[in-house]
Ligand binder design. Structure first.
Ligand code: SF4
Ligand code: SF4
Length: 340
């Protein structure tokens, strides 16, 4: 495993970290195995979130007796002082620790959110107090849009030590700003290395990210030990070959930019449509020659694309500003249910 310094925090971290979203789809025993594999492969960075249901709790239990081996990062959508204060306490309790190495303001986007977080009685004030009390050691933020990332590393560069942003073969819109992060010694944490599961070749995806010297660390979501072994191995691979570059260009050409990253922020839908699953099964139908399997899974859902009433609520929540309603219409057509 290769190690690097996490920007201004000075923490020494493995260049591949554990992204904690998929911990939600495993159980306690599975989580212990994931942590065992991290110890074995030298992965020492774990990222989770208040919003990932049981992830903090499972990780906390699996880390009992070995917490000191890891740098722990978590995050919350809280924007005000009271919400942030309560979430820090909850994270400490869930993770069974008396300090968290990095606490992040999660998915900051709008002017109103910036004002709420960094204004008087905002979330940032609570983070500063927790830091003074030793409950958290460092402060970071995550964003999905380039504008928010730019604001974080210009207007708020003296307040945050790390940023987390999507970066992968098809999402390199943050590349120019990654260079700025490096210059300012703000760590760049790459989230969504597989573009929310849309990139099949995990090894190539990791290689692409880690060859960029402006990327500090990549945190692929991992829910079983085999994924840990596979992603850890990517840390020791060299530069992209001409063949790799060609494969990356092919993937980028096929996916474009209008695709679902399966982050789940669009939920809940008033009609009970599981939006990312609708897109997932449509992808299996379109790209992977799994029409029968995709259709049987698709039609086993209680609500599908045809049930969309076009209210648009989901679109106001999607950090990638996807035209979800239009995309669902195409899903309904491809699944043969349009007009039903
Ligand atoms: S636009 Fe359709 S998918 Fe989106 S929240 Fe409304 S009903 Fe659900
Ligand atoms: S539609 Fe948007 S918000 Fe919903 S899961 Fe996909 S990328 Fe995330």
């Amino acid at each position: 495993m290769k190690y690097t310094t996490l920007g201004k925090t000075g923490l020494r971290v493995s260049v591949v970290g554990l992204g904690g979203i998929p911990i939600q789809r495993t159980d306690m025993e599975g989580t212990r195995k994931v942590i065992d594999a991290c110890v074995e492969t030298g992965i020492n960075y774990i990222d989770t979130a208040r919003g990932y249901t049981v992830s903090e709790e499972y990780l906390g239990e699996a880390l009992e007796g070995r917490r000191e081996k890891f740098i722990l990062a978590t995050k919350t959508m809280a924007r005000d002082y009271a919400g942030m204060k309560a979430d820090i306490e909850k994270s400490l309790q869930n993770l069974r620790t008396d300090y968290i190495d990095l606490y992040q303001i999660h998915n900051i986007k709008t002017d109103a959110e910036f004002a709420a977080c960094f204004g008087e009685n905002g979330a940032y004030q609570a983070l500063l107090e927790a830091k003074a009390e030793g409950k958290i050691l460092h402060i970071g933020a995550t964003a999905h849009g380039v504008e928010a990332l730019e604001r974080l590393i210009t207007e708020f560069e003296d307040k945050i030590e790390t940023v987390m942003f999507p970066y992968n073969i098809v999402e390199n819109q943050g590349e120019a700003l990654m260079q700025k992060c490096k210059e300012k010694n703000i760590a760049f944490i790459a989230m969504k290395p597989l573009a929310g599961g849309n990139i099949e070749d995990g090894t190539l995806a990791m290689k692409y990210i880690l060859q960029n010297p402006n990327c500090t660390i990549a945190i692929p979501g991992m829910g079983d030990a085999n994924e840990v072994y596979q992603n850890a191995a990517a840390a020791d691979m060299g530069a992209l070959t001409a063949e790799d570059k060609e494969a990356c260009a092919k993937i980028a050409g096929e996916l474009g930019q209008t695709f679902c990253r399966r982050c789940g922020y669009c939920a809940p839908c008033p009609k009970g449509i599981n939006i990312p699953s609708n897109f997932l099964f449509a992808n299996y139908l379109r790209h992977y020659g799994l029409a029968d399997w995709a259709k049987s899974r698709y039609f086993s859902m209680s609500a599908t694309a045809k049930d969309c009433i076009g209210c648009g609520t989901c679109e106001t929540r999607c950090p990638y500003e996807l035209p979800i309603r239009e995309m669902l219409k195409k899903v309904a057509v491809d699944m043969g249910e349009a007009g039903n």
